[in-house]
Ligand binder design. Structure first.
Ligand SMILES: CCCCC/C=C\C/C=C\C/C=C\C/C=C/CCCC(=O)SCCNC(=O)CCNC(=O)[C@H](O)C(C)(C)COP(=O)(O)OP(=O)(O)OC[C@H]1O[C@@H](n2cnc3c(N)ncnc32)[C@H](O)[C@@H]1OP(=O)(O)O
Length: 222
């Protein structure tokens, strides 16, 4: 399967690259929120666009040859998914989730959902919540040693999720052959807002190539 790489990057180099990736993504994330909220006139917007285009030109001056970041395993046993839409360190559309794995198998993250994630007025878009649940349930299954691609994701939206501070959590519930079933939820200060169950399936190609062992051993690093 293409898009999966192994790299050999030293600790200091990795730390430097992480800092650069984090800083650019955060600056663009802020820009996205500012774009949603701005009330400037056409002339000020035109000036802003010039600056944005100049910044984009700098970023484009040295880029990856491929159209995606992919999944990169490092020789130190870590894994980088920096392009990931939910946890990607380098991806400004990711909130991003910094997932913590407790010893008892709970995967959780607390993060801010700003104006870029709005669906109903003042509430987080349901599709964004689905992406977050997909990711955290999948990550919980993966961390528990039972990785898979999402086959089925079932969500019950119990109440609106207000923009602001949000928590997501999940755990592996059970394994049935090549299927891992994970459960989880989203909550805010007002309690649980959405509950989910996901069936994650180790794809046939991973079962047959033994690639699953590699992903099981690699610690996720955003
Ligand atoms: C180099 C190392 C790579 C290792 C890769 C390994 C794992 C995957 C990678 C990463 C996962 C880790 C972390 C990711 C965290 C992330 C969250 C984001 C996740 C996503 O964003 S992911 C994108 C959306 N996702 C897709 O893009 C899937 C498209 N789809 C397919 O890739 C196939 O469709 C697949 C793989 C689903 C099944 O294909 P297959 O050929 O392996 O399946 P097969 O027919 O052998 O069935 C085997 C058993 O699964 C049952 N079954 C089949 N399909 C089912 C379904 N949909 N729902 C419920 N059960 C299903 C059968 O009924 C049978 O069950 P039983 O054994 O009981 O009979």
């Amino acid at each position: 399967m293409s898009g999966y790489f192994t790299e050999d990057i030293g600790a200091q180099e990795l730390q430097e690259r992480t800092a650069v990736a984090t800083d650019i993504a955060e600056a663009v994330r802020t820009l996205i929120a500012d774009t949603v909220l701005t009330e400037v006139d056409a002339s000020a917007a035109a000036t802003a666009i010039e600056h944005i285009e100049a910044a984009a030109e700098i970023l484009r001056s040295r880029q990856l040859p491929d159209d995606s970041f992919g999944v990169r395993f490092n020789t130190d046993g870590t894994k980088r998914t920096w392009g990931n839409a939910v946890i990607g360190t380098r991806n400004p559309i990711a909130p991003p989730l910094d997932v913590v794995f407790d010893d008892d198998g709970l995967a959780w993250a607390e993060f801010e959902m700003g104006p870029a994630y709005e669906g109903p007025a003042g509430l987080v878009h349901g599709g964004i919540l689905a992406a977050i649940l997909d990711q955290i349930l999948g990550s919980a299954a993966e961390h528990a040693g039972a990785p898979g691609m999402t086959g089925t994701l079932t969500i019950r939206y119990r109440q609106g999720t207000k923009l602001g501070k949000v928590r997501a959590e999940a755990r592996l519930d059970r394994v049935e052959g090549v299927k891992s079933i994970a459960v989880g939820r989203i909550s805010t200060a007002e309690g649980t807002t959405a509950e989910a169950e996901g069936i994650f399936i180790l794809p046939r190609w991973a079962r047959e190539s033994g690639a699953a062992d590699k992903i099981r051993k690699a610690l996720s690093d955003g």
